[in-house]
Ligand binder design. Structure first.
Ligand SMILES: [Zn+2]
Length: 423
């Protein structure tokens, strides 16, 4: 028989904010932390203190048993470098490998995992039974987690969506975890959704149509760590009869997934084009194995200038400037923005729009969100039937009440009980 001593939760950040997620869970005198995210509002150089979780910064409180990272997005793990090294960190194996692989191109906190989250494999940390559930998100190897302790069960969605390529969302709806007392559910789009998000499959078709309509080079700007988008752009390029050119960052991330199904050198109609910045980075670091490994697949800028209509170049936003300068991207070409449109409104995005406009190259947006539609969140709540829905990772907590029965909004920093008794 289980002892029913209850489980308590306090959200340190996220009750009324997208990003910077951090949740502390306590049961039977032990504590776990879910995510230690960096706020999206924080500038690159801003100092952001750790949330006030005893033992997190100094490792001096033995009741703190560890940190679970739902997925490799900075707004969920970006403060990890301030967490004391003696505090164990748990995250997905591929997620960890991807963050490690990214260090060469975009240095940041490491995931330094002590143990890995594996889909459907329950394990124990002190009194907590932890069950990770693989979810579809724009970060590869992302998890929701079910925590069980003190006779109660909490489910935390992390970030997830139902309109991606993986069938994990439908699987979750078909066999939801039973007896969830509280569902801590992300609501990025709650209160701000203007229309149903496009599916990743739809983005593929739209990209293919754009590539076909383009008579010269097509350049796609996306996040190198958005593996689903890499798959989407590759498939779209194939549909349009073009060769996809990826960069070293994309090659490193694809390799780190450990999945042979993810497009990487050796795949048909896939080549490697190296932006100047990466060539310099390799030279400075002396890590020439990186370029040696892709040598047979390389396509050079001269070839892009000679036969631009044969290719799609996938890279970060700076790639467009280089290709414009080298006249590979010119009249007849298309620049595709495949990231959050808000970035295009920032100063760097404005410079990009100005540069493409001056070159007579249209900018087309093909993107879809990594987070669930309100409709899919409603399906999730209907399937899980939790005792309570608690909004997190949202600016629309007040709207939750309208969409999801049983919503109990909470405040950042306040403890509440997972069970049905009044807190
Ligand atoms: Zn995320």
């Amino acid at each position: 028989m289980t002892t029913t001593t209850g489980m308590r939760v306090r959200v340190h950040r996220g009750c009324h904010e997208v990003g910077g997620t951090c949740v502390e869970v306590e049961a039977e005198g032990a504590r776990l932390v879910l995510d230690v995210g960096r706020p999206l509002t924080a500038g690159r150089e801003d100092e952001v203190p750790l949330p006030d979780v005893p033992g997190l910064a100094d490792g001096a409180d033995p009741s703190l048993l560890g940190v679970l990272i739902s997925h490799g997005h900075l707004d969920h793990y970006g403060l990890l470098d301030q967490v004391h090294p003696s505090v164990p960190v748990y995250a997905g194996r591929a997620a960890t490998a991807i963050i490690e692989a990214a260090q060469f191109f975009s240095p940041g906190p490491s995931l330094r995992t002590a143990g890995h989250l594996v889909d459907g494999e329950t394990f124990s940390i002190g009194p907590f039974r932890v069950t990770p559930l693989l979810v579809d998100h724009s970060a590869f190897d992302a998890y929701a987690v079910v925590l069980e302790a003190g006779g109660e069960r909490l489910m935390y969605t992390g970030d997830l969506r139902g309109h991606g390529r993986k069938r994990t969302f439908e699987r979750l709806l078909a066999s939801p975890p039973p007896d969830v007392d509280a569902l801590l559910m992300e609501g990025t789009h709650v209160g701000s959704e203007r229309h149903e998000p496009r599916t990743e499959a739809r983005v593929e078709l739209d990209l293919a149509a754009t590539f076909r309509a383009t008579t010269s080079l097509a350049v796609v700007a996306s996040s190198a760590q958005n593996v689903d988008r890499l798959v989407t752009v590759y498939r779209a390029a194939r549909r349009a009869g073009r060769t996809l050119l990826v960069d070293l960052y994309s090659v490193a991330v694809a390799g780190a997934t450990g999945r042979s199904t993810i497009p990487q050198p050796g795949f048909p109609s896939l080549g490697v084009w190296l932006p100047r910045r990466q060539r310099v980075r390799v030279k400075e670091s002396g890590e020439f194995h990186r370029t040696a490994a892709v040598r047979p697949y390389r396509v050079f800028t001269e070839e892009l200038v000679a036969h631009p209509e044969r290719y799609v170049v996938l890279g970060g936003q700076s790639v467009a400037h280089e290709l414009l300068r080298d006249r590979a991207l010119a009249v007849g070409g298309t620049f595709v923005w495949s990231m959050w449109s808000g970035y295009l409104a920032e100063p760097s995005g404005a410079r990009l729009r100005e540069a493409t406009r001056a070159a007579g190259v249209p900018v087309v947006e093909h993107h879809t969100s990594g987070r669930a539609s309100v409709r899919d969140l409603r399906r999730l709540v209907d399937a899980v039937k939790p005792g309570a829905v608690v909004p997190i990772h949202t600016e629309g907590a007040d709207e939750f009440v309208r969409h999801f029965p049983g919503t109990t909004p909470r405040r950042d920093g306040a403890w509440w009980s997972v069970g049905t008794e009044a807190s």
